[in-house]
Design a protein around this ligand. Structure first.
Ligand code: ADE
Ligand code: ZN
Ligand code: ZN
Length: 236
C-alpha cells in the first residue's frame, strides 16, 4: 500500500490492542501511534544501506497454487520476513534498537500482505508492468491498488479507519482466524481475479472503483484487525 493504506491499517489495529500489547508498544515506539510508524519500512527505501529489505514487501508465486507449494526466492519474501521480524521482537537478547526496527517492519508488512498486488506473480512484477489509465492519467495496475483507488475516495486515513472499524466482536473474531499462510493465499486468490478483469492500456475510473470498492475496503480492514491479532499474540 501507499501511505494512506498503511496508516489506515495502523489506525484500525490501534483500536483492537490488548492492554498488554498497548503497554509494550507504547514503550517500544516511544509513544508514537501505529499509524505514524506504519510507513517507516517505505521511508528507509531511499537509503542504500537498507536495500536488502526491498524484497521483503511482497511475494510472487504462480497463480493457482499455494504459497507453501511454491519455490522460494533466495532474497526472502514477505512471509520469511514476517517470521524473522517475530523472532527478533521476541528475542530479549537482541538490542532494543533491533527489536524496534523489526517491530516497525512487521507492522508495515502485515499491511502489505493484504494488498493483493503484493501477493502476486513475477511475470509483471505484481502489476507494476501493466500500464493502465486512471481517470485519464498514466499509472499501472500495482499503483491502482497501492494508492489510486484509495485516493479517489478523498477521505483521510482516520475517516477511512473509522468507517472500517465498525465491526461486531463476532465479525472481528472471524476475520482474525487463520495464519499468515492462509492470509497470503487469500490475497493471492484475489490478485488472480484482478488480472482476469483488466487489459493493458485500459482506461479505468469510477466503474472500476465501484466494482472493487468492497474488496479494497475488506483487505484494508482485514489488514488492520489481523495486525492487532499478530501484536496481541506477540505481546501476550
Ligand atoms: N517487484 C516485483 N514484484 C513485486 C510485487 N509483487 N510487489 C511490489 N514490487 C514488486
Ligand atoms: Zn506496492
Ligand atoms: Zn511496503
Amino acid at each position: 500500500w501507499g501511505k494512506t493504506g498503511h496508516r489506515v491499517t495502523g489506525h484500525i489495529a490501534q483500536e483492537h490492542l490488548s492492554s498488554k500489547a498497548k503497554r509494550a508498544l507504547n514503550d517500544l515506539l516511544d509513544g508514537h501511534s501505529l499509524a505514524f510508524v506504519s510507513t517507516y519500512a517505505d521511508e528507509i527505501k531511499a537509503d542504500r544501506q537498507y536495500s536488502k529489505f526491498s524484497a521483503w514487501h511482497y511475494v510472487n508465486y504462480p497463480l493457482g497454487i499455494k504459497y507453501k507449494d511454491s519455490e522460494k526466492s533466495e532474497y526472502g519474501d514477505i512471509m520469511t520476513a514476517i517470521e524473522e521480524c517475530k523472532q527478533v521482537i521476541k528475542d530479549k537478547n537482541r538490542s532494543r534498537e533491533d527489536r524496534v526496527f523489526y517491530l516497525k517492519m512487521l507492522m508495515h508488512l502485515i499491511g502489505d500482505l493484504h494488498q493483493p498486488m503484493h501477493a502476486s506473480r513475477a511475470e509483471d512484477k505484481g502489476g507494476n508492468d501493466i500500464q493502465v489509465q486512471w481517470f485519464g492519467e498514466g499509472t499501472n495496475l500495482h499503483q491502482v491498488w497501492d494508492k489510486n483507488m484509495i485516493v479517489s475516495y478523498g477521505m483521510t486515513y482516520t475517516e477511512l479507519a473509522t468507517e472500517l472499524n465498525q465491526v461486531s466482536r463476532k465479525e472481528r473474531k472471524a476475520i482474525q482466524e487463520g495464519t499468515i499462510y492462509d492470509w497470503v493465499d487469500e490475497s493471492h486468490e484475489i490478485c488472480a481475479t484482478l488480472y482476469d478483469s483488466v487489459k493493458v492500456g485500459e482506461r479505468l475510473g469510477y466503474a472500476y472503483t465501484y466494482k472493487y470498492n468492497d474488496i479494497l475496503f475488506q483487505q484494508l480492514q482485514r489488514g488492520g484487525l489481523r495486525l492487532a491479532k499478530v501484536l496481541n499474540d506477540l505481546f501476550a
